[in-house]
Design a protein around this ligand. Structure first.
Ligand SMILES: [Zn+2]
Length: 129
């Protein structure tokens, strides 16, 4: 295995709840990261959800949105959307709707607890001569 660090079994500690678990890791830091990633405590789950949300927002508000014809948001605009999405998934806000860039963005949670994100763009053109 070229370029791969040798793994060994060691105890990793979840950085949220302190639970330890035996894990294959390159070093202690790697073990702690992996233990946190695989931990089922609410804070670790929320952190994973937030990481997924960050990816989704970056995609839909950035390059992914641009591929679909939306205006690519500035990092300032995408940060606002991300902050709102994180507040909603952590229960600090119920839902959000805002008009930003060339679109309207709605964020809410479904009955099953999943985060719902939608970005809509209404196109209209008018010409007068
Ligand atoms: Zn944990």
């Amino acid at each position: 295995m070229i370029g791969e660090t040798e793994m060994e079994s060691m105890y990793g500690t979840c950085r949220f709840c302190g639970q330890t678990r035996m894990i294959e890791a390159a070093d202690q830091q790697d073990a702690d990261i992996k233990a946190t990633k695989s931990c089922t405590c609410p804070d670790a789950r929320l952190a994973r959800k937030k990481a997924e949300i960050r990816e989704m927002v970056q995609d839909l508000c950035g390059a992914g949105g641009a591929e679909l014809g939306f205006t690519e948001m500035t990092s300032e605009q995408a940060d606002v959307v991300l902050t709102l999405a994180e507040m909603i998934v952590s229960g600090k806000a119920i839902s959000a709707a805002l008009r930003i860039a060339d679109s309207s963005v709605k964020i809410s949670t479904a009955a099953d607890g999943e985060l719902k994100f939608s970005r809509n763009r209404i196109e209209s053109m008018e010409a007068r001569i």
